[in-house]
Write a protein that binds this ligand. Structure first.
Ligand SMILES: C[S@@+](CC[C@H](N)C(=O)[O-])C[C@H]1O[C@@H](n2cnc3c(N)ncnc32)[C@H](O)[C@@H]1O
Length: 175
């Protein structure tokens, strides 16, 4: 993919944003954690790597469009009733042909033990297991899903539960 104007939604401590910026992408990382954003702002001083506090459900407030939007491990924190709002929010910062990559927990991940949600003790957050059907239903109005597959993310050490690391990887293009 050619470097372009990129949004890292739920950027956390900015590792992916930093990686993309070092590969020539012009990156804005956003997170609703002011602490994470301030840490990144104090750490990174590059013209093509900026950070801002923003709720993923209100990306419209950024008032700009991106060629590429990246969401690594944010979508599975969005409450089921807010999923459509999230898709609309992503749509508001993309234009026809913009690419979106989302990585989220799969419902086949055994840490969920068949349940649809899990409370992460160490992160103090709720995570939701996503089926391919739920993902398709969430994004299909605004985005063409070009690829949707499971992959192994890496050893999970953050959670008490051990288990497999199945994640969904979703490649989409704005209609
Ligand atoms: C599991 S972390 C992933 C961080 C980073 N993307 C990474 O992979 O290293 C999820 C991040 O999403 C952020 N987040 C969760 N819900 C959010 C929302 N509604 N708006 C903005 N950020 C959110 C959290 O603050 C956290 O930094």
């Amino acid at each position: 993919m050619k470097p372009g104007k990129t949004l890292d939604v739920g950027c956390g401590l900015g590792n992916y944003a930093k990686y993309l910026a070092s590969n020539g992408f012009d990156v804005l990382g956003v997170d609703f954690s002011q602490k994470a954003v301030e840490t990144n702002q104090n750490k990174y001083h590059k013209e093509n790597l900026k950070f801002k506090t923003c709720d993923a459900l209100n990306l419209k407030s950024l008032d700009t469009k991106f060629d590429f939007v990246l969401d690594i491990s944010l979508f599975h924190h969005i409450k089921p009733e807010d999923r459509k709002k999230y898709a609309e929010s992503l749509a508001s910062v993309t234009k026809s042909g913009s690419k979106v990559l989302v990585c989220c927990f799969s419902d086949s991940n055994e840490i969920f033990e068949g349940k649809s949600e899990l409370y992460g003790l160490e992160t103090n957050t709720v995570m939701y297991a996503l089926s391919k059907e739920e993902i398709t239903k969430t994004f299909e109005n605004q985005f063409e899903i070009t690829e949707l597959r499971e992959f192994e993310f890496g050893k999970l050490t953050k959670f008490k539960q051990s288990g497999t690391k199945q994640r969904n990887l979703i490649f989409m293009m704005k209609k």
